[in-house]
Design a protein around this ligand. Structure first.
Ligand code: SF4
Length: 327
């Protein structure tokens, strides 16, 4: 049996029941955006929550970005929410679903993987989607090293139809059987000719990708029950989200670099982003209200209720919890 036939046959009997399968194109698109950089089990409750608030494309297109951030809160990587919102407006104005790979990839935040997967699942057109799971299976099975080889093979082994099921079959196999650490080869439908299983191929050892660290300061400034909060409109990091005043970030830790002097150190917080680790010193700047509000003059005083209605990043929520800010 051909490689793709084995995947299709396995998928038919073993597929995962996921809430977006058999969903509308909007629901499938939403799931793919949420699944970028996030695991299925984390995405499911957010997917339901998002659809309760934005059940269709036009509801989303006609909502404000702040409302979208608020519902996205906790899922992280907020550029996805921003792109989702922009896409909804473009898609809604288009008045129909994208009709091919080129139209999918033209939408904000849609890269080659997402465009391929949507083309395969929603349009049933041939498109070789390659994410981490699919790359791992193809590398192990065919004994491939480079991404160039993987892409070439991925295109060559596409079936002649059922592109959506085939792609989802590979995704499920990668998530359930051909897992990164201990693949369950004894349960694998393609074990017979797998080079990794046969012991004729092993992944080459790559140097560990160490993340760099960036440093900065965050200022907590309280007046009665409210904290001075700002919407980040400039820096790319956490753009469009609300949070507490945050300094510029530096590559090196410099204790002399403090924008609001004579404040009192409360603690530090570390947060891991995709490409770097952020370490912030948290300062109590309540005694320096004027310094803070004039430096971050685009902010406003938010009490707990108002804060709940706005999207705060995971980093800022970590600070809130760590410092018991609202107690
Ligand atoms: S036999 Fe093992 S390594 Fe090969 S594809 Fe299946 S699970 Fe992955």
């Amino acid at each position: 049996m051909k490689f793709s036939d084995q995947i299709l046959s396995w998928y038919q009997h073993n597929k995962r029941e996921l809430p977006w399968r058999k969903g509308t194109s909007y629901q499938v698109f939403l799931s793919e955006v949420m699944l970028q950089q996030t695991q299925v089990k984390t995405v499911i409750p957010f997917f339901h929550r998002f659809l309760e608030r934005f059940p269709n494309l036009s509801t989303l297109a006609n909502s404000s970005l702040d409302e979208v951030y608020q519902v996205w809160q906790g899922l992280g990587y907020y550029h996805r929410a921003r792109n989702m919102h922009k896409t909804a407006q473009i898609w809604s104005a288009l008045g129909r679903d994208p009709r091919n790979y080129a139209e999918w990839i033209a939408l904000p935040g849609v890269g080659p993987y997402t465009a391929s997967i949507l083309t395969a699942i929603l349009l049933e057109h041939p498109a070789a989607a390659i994410d981490g799971n699919i790359k791992r299976i193809l590398q192990r099975y065919f004994g491939l090293e480079t991404i160039k080889e993987v892409k070439m093979v991925a295109e060559n082994v596409l079936p002649s139809k059922n592109y959506g099921n085939y792609t989802q079959g590979l995704m499920d196999l990668g998530a359930m059987i051909c897992t990164p650490k201990t693949p369950k080869c004894s349960m694998c439908p393609i074990a017979e000719f797998c080079k990794f299983k046969q012991g004729t191929w092993m992944p080459s050892k790559k140097a560990k990708n160490l993340k760099s660290v960036r440093y900065g300061h965050v200022y907590l400034c309280k007046k009665e029950d409210a904290l001075w909060s700002v919407k980040n409109t400039e820096s790319k990091l956490l753009k469009g989200l609300w949070g507490f005043p945050l300094s510029d970030l530096k590559e090196e830790e410099q204790s002399s670099y403090i924008e609001v002097p004579l404040t009192c150190l409360k603690g530090t917080v570390r947060h891991v982003f995709t490409h770097f680790i952020l370490e912030l010193r948290i300062w109590n700047a309540t005694s320096r209200i004027e310094d803070v509000t004039s430096k971050w003059s685009n902010g406003k005083w938010l009490d707990f209720q108002q804060r709940k209605e706005l999207g705060f990043s995971r980093l800022m929520r970590k600070i809130e919890e760590q410092e018991n800010i609202w107690i």
